[in-house]
Design a protein around this ligand. Sequence first.
Ligand SMILES: Cc1cc2nc3c(=O)[nH]c(=O)nc-3n(C[C@H](O)[C@H](O)[C@H](O)COP(=O)(O)O)c2cc1C
Length: 354
Amino acid sequence: MRVSYSLVRPMLRLLDPEDAHRAAIWGLKLGLGGRESAPDDPVLKTRVWNLDFPNPVGVAAGFDKGAEVVDALLALGFGFTEAGTVTPLPQPGNPRPRLFRLDEDEGVINRLGFNSGGLAPYLERISRRQRRGIFGANVGKNREATDAFKDYETGIVAVCPYADYLVVNVSSPNTPGLRSLQARASMEELLTRVLVARNQSAPDPRRPPPLLAKVGPDLDEAAIADIAEVALSTGVDGLIVGNTTIERPSTLRSPYAKETGGLSGKPLLPRANKCLSDMYRLTKGKVPLIGCGGIASGADAYAKIRAGASLVQLYSMLVFHGPELAVRIKRDLAERLRADGFASVCDAVGADYR
Ligand SMILES: Cc1cc2nc3c(=O)[nH]c(=O)nc-3n(C[C@H](O)[C@H](O)[C@H](O)COP(=O)(O)O)c2cc1C
């Protein structure tokens, strides 16, 4: 049974944003999100890292931090979903309120700070899955960790047997010091260590799950160039570009615009796209990128693909448009690919530079 989001939305909006999110997870667990039964348009099929995606539109990390609704999200018609960020040990995150809906701007600010149930319940859930549909596991470090690298290694070793791809999140603005891991030397050491950890814990050593790093949109050109070089030299399989921004565009109108935290949704789109196209150019198209940040439509998804994204992800716009968004984006994206004469998503990746 699918409950129409237009009916539920007014009720969810009466709730504090974090309670509304819990209610949405609860609804998905109960199967109220429904199941998208129509097969995907073949033009949307794509293959990245030897994985066959039915379509390139995924759910970004943060929506399902504890891997509670992986299959329910896939059932909405998303081509893949990423659960996390999970930290090795449980931790509460920052005090509430810590999540703000910027209605006037179609944006979200969060300073959740990796609230996490820890690896144990996360593993319990993902190990029970039937493994239908592509699932990525996104890992982070505990706030009080004395050895950040060790936390990432612990996470990767633990989730590796159960995930189709792995992500190290080094770009949340809400954990002190986390983003400094994006600096060249730290990134080099971190990626080298987690790649070894991944290789040693892969169920099939000949086909380890791809490992990606998720970076932020607040990097200057030199920092993007450093990450591009490190990505190429370490052999990391991909990059997610990217996370929320600490910048506040002057166009914001919401009374919550000055809240501390990471901004996502529509106001993030231009910054995220600039970062994505810089990264594609600097990695010379050799490192598959997942474009994330501000996607609200098929046109936005298509623009990211043309700018170099092999896949795309979204979160914030689900808050404003509900679960029907996946179907709408896919329909529009398929039309745009065909209208421009592309036979598949792969053919359109990076088309802006040709
Ligand atoms: C409430 C909230 C929580 C988030 N938590 C995480 C997280 O735990 N790990 C992570 O990698 N990204 C997290 N993100 C970032 C999203 O995955 C995404 O990168 C960002 O929101 C930009 O995409 P969007 O504009 O489509 O939301 C979070 C975003 C929001 C809004």
